[in-house]
Design a protein around this ligand. Structure first.
Ligand code: SF4
Ligand code: FES
Length: 330
């Protein structure tokens, strides 16, 4: 099994592991000295085959190619598409020039992306917003006209803001791999690329709503949740129901007892743990439809986890249970 060292942390991984996967394994083992050595990703999604290789946010510096050929790689490589070699040494957060290069990638991603976070439903859980804070420039150097598009309704539940799209291909992979027919794709190439409105056809499928969860920005949003609340004012709860189409395990986003939004449960990399069906996502907005398990722990650094709702929400649940028990006894 090849051994790779990333930012000074060495790990042995199975053959065929990418640098990104190896970095995530180091983090999963609790190593990394509290630093996030796993490169950020905008297009790679471990649950979608052939994803990755489009956005370049996951670039790393390979300072030693392998034990056999120790020469450094001549330019940054996409860690989601580069396999580790035995003896490879990689730098992510420990290389200032790599961080400078990532700044350049973020600058490119933001060329056409509007800074409309104050009115975007994705604000607070947007991966590009996080990247912008960490690596973005305060000023733009781009003088040309930006691309703009009209909003497109993709059926009754999904809204497409092409202006915000960063062409990560994730929604296309969902349409391709989770639905029966591939009705969706990328039209044109280069700076003329756009997601085809043929996506409208994909709404017939029970799992099309997952495009909302995989979109790293606010280009695909839930029409049943649009403008209802900022995410940091809501309380995410794990909940489940008996569903014949999916596992029925979801995250409910509550305001008091009102279900504002239903999403899949996301792991610490911001990826859906399990795909959920459209019935659970869009049609079960009554709290009585669900068995509440408890407050959802948000692993990813986020304004949502910053408000300490978790312990308060758990306390409320516990008091509610105790009161029910007492009422039953009296
Ligand atoms: S709409 Fe969202 S998921 Fe689809 S390519 Fe654009 S950014 Fe990616
Ligand atoms: S995450 Fe690797 S290229 Fe996009």
């Amino acid at each position: 099994m090849p051994k790779v060292t990333i930012d000074g942390h060495t790990i042995e991984v199975p053959d065929g592991t990418t640098i990104l996967q190896a970095a995530r394994m180091i983090m999963d083992k609790g190593e990394g000295n509290g630093e996030n050595i796993a490169p950020p990703t905008m297009c790679y999604y471990s649950k979608l085959k052939t994803s990755g290789g489009y956005c370049r946010t996951c670039i790393v510096k390979v300072s030693k190619g392998s034990e056999k050929d120790p020469r450094p790689m001549p330019k940054p490589v996409a860690s989601c598409r580069t396999n580790v070699m035995d003896g490879m040494e990689v730098q992510n957060i420990t290389s200032p020039e790599l961080l400078e290069a990532r700044k350049g990638v973020v600058e490119f991603l933001l060329i056409n992306h509007p800074l409309d976070c104050p009115i975007c439903d994705q604000a607070g859980e947007c991966h590009l917003q996080d990247l912008g804070y960490e690596h973005g420039l305060a000023k733009t150097r781009y003088d040309f006209k930006r691309r703009t598009f009209n909003l497109i309704d993709i059926g009754p539940y999904i809204k497409l803001h092409m202006t915000r799209c960063i062409m990560c291909f994730r929604c296309i992979k969902v349409a391709d791999q989770l639905t029966n027919h591939r009705y969706q794709g990328m039209l044109f190439r280069g700076d003329a690329s756009e997601i085809s409105t043929y996506i409208e056809k994909a709404i017939d499928n029970d799992f099309s709503g997952n495009v909302i969860d995989v979109c790293p920005v606010g280009a695909l949003t839930d029409r049943t949740f649009r403008f209802k609340s900022r995410v940091w004012f809501t309380k995410p709860m794990d909940a489940h129901r008996n569903c014949t189409k999916c596992s029925g395990k979801v995250a409910l986003w509550l305001k008091d007892n009102e279900v504002l939004r239903v999403t899949s449960r996301k792991d610490k990399w911001g990826e859906a743990e399990e795909w959920i069906c459209n019935e659970c996502r869009f049609e079960k907005k009554d709290i009585k439809d669900w068995v509440i398990e408890g407050p959802r722990h948000i692993d990813r650094h986020s304004v949502i986890s910053a408000n300490h709702y978790e312990s308060l929400a758990q306390l409320k649940l516990d008091i509610g249970k105790q009161q029910k028990q007492l009422n039953g006894k009296s």
